[in-house]
Design a binder for this molecule. Sequence first.
Ligand code: FEO
Length: 176
Amino acid sequence: MKINKKVEEAINKQINAELYSAYLYLGMSSKCVETNLKGIANWLYVQAQEEMTHAMKFYRFVLDRGGHPVMPAIEGVRTDWKDPLEMFEAAYEHEKKVSAMINAIMDVAIAERDHATSSMLNWFVDEQVEEEANSSEIAEKLKLIGASKDGLLMLDKELSTRVFVDRTQPAGGAQA
Ligand code: FEO
């Protein structure tokens, strides 16, 4: 069954929002590279890659359901972050907004009785729990670290180990 028009419109907006998210995290990552926090930069770069896969999952879904993805401009992001704490607090606030957007699409899908979309969106509902938890946890660690340079370098080391896995694929495959 072809995708419902209201649902298609909402998902098209979400494709743009996920690409914006990738852009947001890239802007943060670049600032960390410039300030020699390469581990935190790595974590944020991997996050930007994840956001791209979120956009692609929505994009493929619209096409698979006979819809038409639209490609409006992606809004610019700031790159002048003061420090990692400011970044991760903003990331947490951003992810809460994304969760609300996903929930709003789910509301449209339910109202329009579009069960295929509801089923696809369940993956995003679960994913957002982790997205919020990750950014919040790192922001809390940064608050504990405060002005400690040793603490910041330890966190930088910890976040350097994050590796990109395409979680939108069944077995974490490489297709984005
Ligand atoms: Fe695609 Fe961070 O949510």
